[in-house]
Design a binder for this molecule. Sequence first.
Ligand code: AGP
Length: 624
Amino acid sequence: MCGIVGYVGQPGAVDREYYALDVVLEGLRRLEYRGYDSAGVAVVAEGAVEHRKKAGKVAALDAELEASPLPHSILGIGHTRWATHGGPTDPNAHPHVVDNGRLAVVHNGIIENFSELRSELSQKGYNFVSDTDTEVAATLLADHYNKDAARDLTVAMRLTSQRLEGAFTLLAVHADHEDRIVAARRNSPLVIGLGEHENFLGSDVSGFIDYTKQAVEMGNDQIVTITAEGYEITDFEGNRAEGRPFEVKWDAAAAEKGGFSSFMDKEIHDQPAAVRDTLLGRLDEKGRLSLDEVHIDESVLRSVDKIVVIACGTAAYAGQVARYAIEHWCRIPTEVELAHEFRYRDPIVNEKTLVVALSQSGETMDTLMAIRHAREQGAKVVAICNTNGSSIPRESDASLYTHAGPEIAVASTKAFLAQITAAYLLGLYLAQLRGNMYADEIADVLDELQKMPEKIQEVIDAEEQVKKLGTDMSTSSSVLFLGRHVGFPVALEGALKLKEIAYIHAEGFAAGELKHGPIALIEEGQPVFVIVPSPRGRDSLHSKVVSNIQEIRARGAITIVIAEEGDESVKDYANHVITVPQAPTLLQPLLATVPLQVFACALAGAKGYDVDQPRNLAKSVTVE
Ligand code: AGP
C-alpha cells in the first residue's frame, strides 16, 4: 500500500520552524514501514507547482532534493509508491504533474477503469508519459478543472471521483490555490490531522503523528478540502458530510502497525483488503476475465497439456490449494513442486508445459533458479507475485500481480490468501480461454470470490476465541493439523505458521493418512486442529473427516475443529469449534486459514516471541 502525506500551513506564519517539505518528508519516513519502491513530493509556491520524485527509497529523494532544492512553501503533498500498474521507475513515481505543470496528484489504490479513461482522454488530445492509472486520474482531474468545474478544485475532484471505478485515495494541489489540498477516498485509507493554523492528511496517522494527535476519520466516497484554518467534507454528489473526530492514542511505533501489536497481526487484519484488491480490475467491460499482465499467446495457452506450480514454503501451500481448483476447472494435469526440488528431479518439461511461479517477494532464489531451468526446457512461465518489478516476474513470460500491499512480517499471511485468489483468477482465465467452463459458471465463481473479503472479515471479527486458545495452549510442545482435499494444504500452512513463529513442533497431515501411521502420535491431551470440509460439498469428504475427529478424540486428542456455520455434526467430538461462514468447497481455504494464523500469532505472542522477526528466518530467501 502506498504512503500519502499532505500539509497546509498558515501563509506568512513566521513562528514555525518548519515548512511543508519538512512535514511531508517526515511523514513519508514514518510511512516507510509500509514498504515502497519510489517516493516523491510536490509543493506550491509563488504561483507554481514544483516537484521531485525518484525510484528507490526516501534517501534517494533526499539526495535529489539536496541537488535540486524546492522553494520554501506552506503547501505540499508526498507519496511513497508500492508499484501496481507500471514498474518502480522515476516516470511512474508520484506525484504526477499535469495541466502544464500546474496540477500535482498522488494516489493510493487501483483505478479499475483506467484503460477506458486513458483512451477517452487520448482522443481529447492528452498525452501520457507513464504507465500508471494515477496519471490517467490526474489528467481527468485537469480536464474537469479546466472545462466544467470553473477551476474549482473541489468540484473538479468531485466530477473526477464520479467517473473513477476501483479503490482510490487521491490528493491534489494546484498552482492556482496556494492555500488548500483537495482529496478523495473510496475503499482506500485517508485520515485528516488537525493542528493550530495548519492541517494534515495521511494514509494513516503515522503520516502526521509527530505534529498532532487530533484526527478526523472520513467515510467512504467522500471528498475533503483542507486549508490552514479548517476542513470541509462532502460526498461525491456534493452534499456536506461530517467526519468522526478522534484522538490518536498510539505512539509513533504503534501507529506504524496501525495500532496492532505486530505487523503480522496487522497483516492478518489486512486480508479482506488484500483479497478484494487482488480481485480489482480483472474484468473487461463485458464482465469477462481480462488478465492484462498475462502476455502469453492465447494459442500457446490453449495447447498447454501440463501445469507445474513452483514455489517454496507458504507460497507452495498456496499452490497446493490452487491445484485442486485449476484441475477441476481447466482439466489440465497440475503438479505442485517445491522449487528447490524441481530441477534436481530431472522434470519432464517442454513447450506445452505452463509453469506458474508463486512468490510474495519475487526474489526467492530457489524459485528463480527453477523457472530459469523450466524456461530452458521450453516452458512458458507465469509469475504470481506481490512485488512489482522483482526478479521472478522480470524473468517470466507473464505476470499476474497480487495486490496485498507490502508484507512486512516474515511469516506470510495476507500474501497467502492473495496468492490463492490470483491463482484462482488464472485458473478461471484458462478455463474461459480453453472453453472448459461456461461464462455463467465462471461468473458464479467470481461472484463467490467477490463475497470472500466480507466473509474473511467475519472470521477476523470472531478472533478472540482463537486468540484465547493460543494463549491457553502456549505451553504445548506439539500441535497437529489435519485436513482433506483443499483442507490438507491449509493444515500444512497452519503447521508452518506455528513452527516459524512459536518454535514448537507442528505437523500437518492429510486426514486420510492418519491410519497409515500418524495416529500413533495421538495421546492424551494432544492438541489437534481439524479443518472440516463443507457438509454441502462432496458428502464423502465431510463424513470421512468427521470420522477422523472421532478416531483421534477416542484416543485422548484435544480437538479444535474448524467447521462451517450450521455444521452440527462435529459438535459431539470437538473440544473447541471455530465456525467459518459457508463458502464453496474450493474457496473455504480463504476462510479456514485465518484462525490458524491468529492461533499461531497469539500462541507465539504469549510466549513472548517477536512474531514479526522470528529467529533464523529472513523475509526473502535470496540464496539457494
Ligand atoms: C512463510 O511464512 C515463510 N516466510 C516462507 O515459507 C515463504 O513463504 C517462502 O520463503 C517463499 O517466499 P516467497 O513467497 O517470497 O517466494
